[in-house]
Design a protein around this ligand. Sequence first.
Ligand code: UDP
Length: 315
Amino acid sequence: MASGPRTVITGAAGFLGSHLTDALLAKGHEVVGVDNLITGDEANIAHLAGKAFTFVRQDICTPLTIDGPVDYVLNWASPASPIDYMELPFQTLDVGSYGTRNALELARTKKAVFMTASTSEVYGDPLEHPQKESYWGHVNPIGPRSVYDEAKRFSEAQTAAYHRYHGLDTRIVRIFNTYGPRMRLKDGRAVPAFMSQALTNQDVTVFGDGSQTRSFTFVSDLIAGIIALMESHVVEPVNIGNPHEVTIEEIARTIIELTGSTSRIIYNPLPVDDPQQRQPDISRARRLLHWEPTVDLRAGLESTIGYFKGKLGLA
Ligand code: UDP
């Protein structure tokens, strides 16, 4: 049994939740992972048998009972790919509202530090560029993405209220586009979509004209930033992301080149309210956490391609 802190992670079987679990176990935490597996995958945590890890299969929209002390509650459960949250609108709204409330209540009763996974989507289709944490965002409250964007904004509001009214020790991380091993082949987000298409020489589906931008962070950099924030005393939201901004067409072309694919790019309609540009301003993370990303885009993409080759039986 680990003698370090005891941490509850909701969404522990997801892409980010499982990497976070690995990193905290490596730091000597005991981890209780909770997941209902609607978008998570038990394969992401299968290697943890025999480690200081317990898995609880539960929807966090029903209240959580965890025996014994808890030092940290990390609220990572939520569909996160646009395709998922548009197919699971009510589950997405519920996990951001009831789910976050239950996780906050667990932290309050255990006197634990609470951290919530927020998102660059709280900035919507931003009119300020790059996005600083002080920007309040430009979100369509009734558009198809609103089930995710508003649920995450509501999660932040609940977290801030628990800090203000209950004195709960809270953290809010605003996560920008992240990629890496353990994303699902059919996740629907740009990097896994382009990689699975390029590796099988199918058409690469760029939405719109591909001039919209994102700034992609490799998962190991993101996890280092999350842990730095968790271990700090910074209560205000912090952007964690790589400011290296690229167009979607550029990332599609880079993935085709790195996979040596014969795929061609086809242009499909741009989804409604798809943000035109996104780049984090990370001065707050640099100043308060002394964190910044170190993994270069091509190196991160190559490592992710290796993972997808394995998944497709091409390794
Ligand atoms: N995108 C694309 N083709 C795809 C999937 C996504 O062109 O098959 C675009 C999408 O329209 C968006 C960008 O890639 O402009 C990033 O999309 P993703 O779903 O990865 O994340 P988002 O930042 O939109 O949440």
